[in-house]
Design a protein around this ligand. Structure first.
Ligand code: PLP
Length: 451
């Protein structure tokens, strides 16, 4: 059979592209009409779609009709104004058109030579963002450090853990793997635990230190010091500390300065995870939450969470890029080229787990250019103002309590237990959560308080 397929036919692209943009624009106009949390039952889609792919092409309109009738009911509407669960994943027109361009160019920019603009724009845009966050100069690409866009904060912590592991093993010998110890608070996101599993860190050497309400769920430097001393006494090797600015459960902020000094005095790698709250630190009045980042070896924030850059775009900076490269570089014959061999360029394939990588910097560049710092600051402030308002409403209602002090735009609240019966109180709060989420008019998520 003759090949009639023209995969990127310009006129078909124009036709489908315009229709799809209209479809998406209409979706945004009516987004509040959908139940924000999808109300379908598991397996719902099997009953609605055929068992196998079609032999002959379908019409674009028919596919759009199916999206409307069969796919959208199974979508949880992350961009809905009624979405309050987890952390946000804010899209924007600027982020969207950047993503569109990246899909359109569809390059795979693993080495500089595979698309010089992809590597160079990423370096420039991450330098811009580093300056907006007032990161120390060591994180800029002009020196030994630099920024890279990872898919997620999970990948970011994984690659720096691998860099730190290999760095310490070069010093103490590779047989010492089982002695390596990682530290963080028990409020740390589970991505660290997953990174430890992948990196071969023994599960019993992953110290998730209890953080309690006495420190507003921040990691205590004294507790960290004591634990490190005990580990040293029994011959273990502390090598990695991860602190969080804005923990997932309650937006607790770990005291970076004192933690960083402890890490430094013990020769450990210090990583700061500011996946969510990093965005707020572009506002001068919130920047102090990052004080002490000077001590860090690496810093991460998700532009895809609260910075209007469509998923995925996780910005990671390191002070010593050679540590990443030493842990992650491979150099097969088929990837060799003059620029790389001469060490004239950055090859981002050596800063990440996969080889292939998308042109993600385009969307972040669009966001920064089309909105500008002042608008982005106002946007963050408006969210924090709304959260403050909600916090006040909760505080005025005797049935509820605000459980931890609100710092950014997350409000942790609960129904107060009757007669101090915590177990009944927990049950009531779960019932409230389910009741709210089943209405489809708001979606909220939960955590459990440790004392
Ligand atoms: N770190 C923190 C503090 C988070 O809140 C999250 C997700 O909510 C993550 C890491 C993981 O993010 P990602 O999905 O980008 O891996």
């Amino acid at each position: 059979m003759e090949n009639r397929l023209k995969p990127m036919d310009a006129e078909q692209l124009r036709e489908y592209g315009h229709k799809m943009v209209d479809f998406i624009a209409d979706y945004y106009k009516t987004i509040e009409n959908f139940p924000v949390l999808s109300q379908v039952e598991p397996g719902y889609l099997r009953n609605l779609l055929p068992d196998s792919a079609p032999n002959q092409p379908d019409s674009f309109q028919h596919v759009l009709d199916d999206i409307q009738a069969k796919i959208l009911p199974g979508v949880t509407h992350w961009q809905s104004p009624n979405y309050f669960a987890y952390y946000p994943s804010n899209s924007s027109v600027a982020g969207f058109v950047g993503e569109m361009l990246s899909a359109g160019l569809n390059i795979v920019g693993f080495s500089w030579i595979t698309s010089p603009a992809a590597t160079e724009l990423e370096m420039i845009v991450l330098d811009w963002l580093a300056k907006m966050l007032k990161l120390p100069e060591d994180f800029l690409s002009a020196g030994q450090g630099g920024g890279v866009i990872q898919g997620t904060a999970s990948e970011a912590v994984l690659v720096v853990l691998l860099a730190a592991r290999d760095k310490v093993l070069r010093r103490v010998g590779k047989d010492a793997l089982e002695k390596l110890v990682v530290y963080a608070s028990d409020q740390m996101h589970s991505s660290l635990q997953k990174a430890c599993q992948i990196a071969g860190i023994h599960p019993e050497n992953c110290r998730l230190l209890k953080a309690t309400s006495s420190t507003n769920y921040a990691l205590s430097p004294e507790f960290l010091s004591e634990t490190i001393s005990q580990d040293l006494t029994i011959g273990l090797i502390p090598f990695f500390l991860c602190a969080t600015v804005g923990t997932t459960s309650s937006t607790a902020v770990d005291p970076l300065l004192s933690l960083g000094k402890i890490a430094k005095s013990n020769g450990m790698w210090f990583h700061v995870d500011a996946a969510y709250a990093g965005s707020a630190c572009v506002c001068p009045e919130f920047r102090h939450y990052m004080d002490g980042v000077e001590e860090a070896d690496s810093f991460n924030m998700n532009a895809h969470k609260w910075f209007l850059t469509n998923f995925d775009c996780s910005a990671l900076w390191v002070k010593d890029r050679s540590a990443l490269v030493q842990a992650l570089s491979t150099n097969p014959e088929y990837l060799k080229n003059k620029a790389s061999q001469a060490n004239m360029v950055v090859d981002y394939k050596d800063w990440q787990v996969p080889l292939g990588r998308r042109f993600r910097s385009l969307k972040l560049w669009m966001v920064l250019r089309l909105y500008g710092l002042e608008n982005l600051q106002c946007y963050i402030r408006s969210h924090i103002k709304l959260a403050k308002h909600f916090e006040n409403l909760i505080a005025q209602d005797p049935r509820f309590e605000v459980v931890t002090p609100r710092i950014f735009s997350l409000v942790c609240f609960r129904l107060l237990p009757v007669r101090n019966d915590e177990s009944h109180g927990n049950k009531l709060n779960h019932q409230l959560l389910d009741a709210v989420n089943s209405t489809g008019s708001a979606f909220i998520s939960h955590t459990v308080n440790t004392y």
